[in-house]
Ligand binder design. Structure first.
Ligand SMILES: Cc1cc2nc3c(=O)[nH]c(=O)nc-3n(C[C@H](O)[C@H](O)[C@H](O)COP(=O)(O)OP(=O)(O)OC[C@H]3O[C@@H](n4cnc5c(N)ncnc54)[C@H](O)[C@@H]3O)c2cc1C
Length: 424
C-alpha cells in the first residue's frame, strides 16, 4: 500500500496556471508561487456533500490558517442537487452566507389541505450543490473528486487506489448509514423538474399540497417554482416501508402537472428515501463511535426528525467544528460534537413523539389530518417547529385542544425505547 502524507498542489491547479507555470510543472520545477500553494491538510473531511461542504465553509471562514481537504468518490457536483429550507431555520449568519449561493429565494410560502389553505410569511430558498462546492473552493478548501475512500480512521483516509491521506482532524461526512440506534419511518419522494411551455403561474413554494388522493401513508405534492416556466413537482409519501416505486411517483408528478394544465419538458429528476426518526438513542450511537473519524451529517442522525431535512442541522454542526477552541484534532472534536448531539437529541424528543403519533397512532389515510391541524397553529410556532426550537408552551399547544388522535392511542405512543428494540 502506498503510504504518503499527501501534499496538495500542482495537478489540481493546472487549469488556473498560465503557460509559463504549466511549463515549470511539466519540468517538475515548481515556481515559488506554486510551491507556496502546496499544503498538508489540517482537516480531512470524507464526503463533499452537504455536511462536509458546510463544515469546510465554516472552518475556512473562522480559521483561515487551517487547510481543509474534502475527499469524495463522485466525479463532481454534477446532478444539480438542491437543498432547501425555511429562512427561519438558519441563523442570521448562515442565511447571509448561503443566500448568495442559492439557486432561488422566495419571500413567502404556502400549504394546502382539503379543509385549510394558508400563505405563510417565512422565506424559503434552495441551495444547489454546484454553488456550494464552488464557494467551498473559493473559500480556500480543496476538493479531491474521484477519491473513493476504502477505509477511514481517526488519523486519515485510505483510498481504494491505496493512497493514504492523513490529517490531525478527520471527519466522516459520507452520508446516510442505517443505525441500530435509530428507529425510522420514511419520507419517500420522486421529483420532476419541468420547463413548461407557458408560464405555470405558481409564484411561491407550495410546501405541502395535501389535497391530493391519499396513498401509501401521508401523501402530498411539493412545488418549487424556480422561474416562471421552471417548476419542481415532487410527489411525497410518509410511509412505513422504505420501498420506492420511482416510475409510479414520477408518473404521479406528471399527472399532477397535467391536471394543472402544465405541459412541457422534463429537465431533471430527483428521488429520495429519507429517514423520519421515531426513536433515537444518541448516547448508544456515540458509545459506538468512541474511536475513528468523527461522524457528522445524516449518518450521525443530524437531521430534523419530522422532515428528514438536514441543512439547518448541518449548519449548526459546522458552527461547532469551526468554534472549537485550540487545536482542531479528531480527539478534541469528538466530545464537542457528542455533547452537541446528545443535547440535540434531548431537544428533539418531542418531535420524535409527534412522529410516533403520526406513524403509529394514526391510520395511514388519516395522517394528513394531523398536518392539516398543525398548519392552523400560529406562524411563529410553525417556524420554531421547522427550526427545531419549540418552546414548552409550543409543545403544550400542539398536543392540547381537540385531540388529533384518541388519547388512549396517544399514550401508547409515549415510550420511545420499545421501538428501538423492535428495530434492532
Ligand atoms: C433527492 C434529495 C433531496 C433532498 N432535499 C433536501 C432539501 O431540500 N433540504 C434538506 O435539508 N435536505 C434534503 N435532503 C436530505 C439531506 O439533507 C440530504 O440527503 C443531504 O445531502 C445529507 O447530507 P450529508 O452530508 O449527510 O450527505 P451527502 O450530502 O449525501 O454527502 C455524502 C457525500 O459522501 C460521498 N461519499 C459517500 N461514500 C463515500 C466514499 N466511500 N468515499 C468518498 N466519498 C463518499 C458521496 O459521494 C456524497 O457526496 C434531500 C435528500 C435527497 C436524497
Amino acid at each position: 500500500m502506498r503510504q504518503l502524507r499527501l501534499h496538495l498542489c500542482a495537478a489540481g491547479r493546472q487549469a488556473e496556471a498560465g503557460p509559463e507555470i504549466l511549463g515549470r510543472l511539466a519540468r517538475r520545477d515548481p515556481a515559488p508561487q506554486s510551491r507556496a500553494r502546496c499544503m498538508t491538510p489540517d482537516l480531512v473531511v470524507a464526503g463533499a456533500g452537504l455536511a462536509g461542504g458546510l463544515i469546510a465553509l465554516a472552518v475556512r471562514a473562522a480559521r483561515p490558517d487551517l487547510q481543509v481537504l474534502l475527499l469524495d468518490r463522485a466525479a463532481g457536483p454534477v446532478d444539480r442537487h438542491t437543498w432547501s429550507c425555511h429562512d427561519t431555520d438558519l441563523s442570521p449568519d448562515w442565511l447571509a452566507r448561503l443566500r448568495p449561493l442559492r439557486r432561488a429565494s422566495w419571500s413567502d410560502q404556502q400549504v394546502r389541505f382539503p379543509k385549510h389553505a394558508r400563505r405563510m410569511r417565512a422565506g424559503y430558498g434552495s441551495l444547489e450543490d454546484t454553488a456550494l462546492l464552488a464557494a467551498v473552493q473559493a473559500a480556500g478548501a480543496q476538493v479531491r473528486w474521484t477519491s473513493d475512500i476504502a477505509t477511514l480512521d481517526a488519523k486519515g483516509a485510505t483510498l481504494a487506489d491505496g493512497t493514504r491521506i492523513e490529517a490531525p482532524c478527520v471527519i466522516d461526512a459520507r452520508g446516510a448509514e442505517p443505525s441500530r440506534h435509530l428507529a425510522v419511518g420514511f419520507q419517500k419522494f420522486v421529483g420532476i423538474e419541468i420547463e413548461t411551455d407557458a408560464p405555470h403561474g405558481v409564484t411561491r413554494p407550495l410546501i405541502m399540497d395535501g389535497t391530493v388522493t391519499q396513498q401509501d401513508g401521508y401523501r402530498f405534492i411539493y412545488l418549487l417554482p424556480f422561474s416562471p416556466t421552471r417548476i419542481l413537482i415532487e410527489d411525497t409519501r410518509y410511509s412505513d416501508g422504505g420501498d420506492l416505486d420511482d416510475a409510479a411517483l414520477a408518473q404521479a408528478s406528471h399527472d399532477y402537472a397535467r391536471d394543472k394544465g402544465w405541459t412541457g419538458t422534463e429537465m431533471r429528476r430527483e428521488r429520495g428515501i429519507l429517514p423520519i426518526a421515531l426513536a433515537h438513542d444518541a448516547q448508544g450511537f456515540w458509545d459506538d463511535h468512541v474511536s475513528g473519524a468523527v461522524p457528522v451529517g445524516l449518518r450521525a442522525g443530524f437531521f430534523h426528525p419530522v422532515t428528514g431535512y438536514s441543512l439547518p442541522y448541518a449548519a449548526r454542526v459546522a458552527d461547532v467544528v469551526a468554534a472549537l477552541p485550540g487545536p482542531l484534532t479528531t480527539d478534541r472534536l469528538r466530545p464537542a460534537l457528542r455533547d452537541f448531539a446528545l443535547d440535540r437529541a434531548r431537544q428533539d424528543r418531542f418531535l420524535r413523539l409527534l412522529n410516533r403519533m403520526l406513524f403509529r397512532g394514526c391510520a395511514p389515510e388519516r395522517r394528513y389530518t394531523l398536518l392539516q391541524r398543525f398548519y392552523r397553529m400560529p406562524e411563529g410556532l410553525i417556524e420554531r417547529f421547522y427550526a427545531s426550537t419549540l418552546t414548552n408552551a409550543d409543545r403544550l399547544r400542539i398536543v392540547t385542544g381537540k385531540p388529533p388522535i384518541p388519547l388512549r392511542t396517544a399514550f401508547r405512543c409515549l415510550p420511545e425505547r420499545p421501538l428501538l428494540k423492535e428495530f434492532a
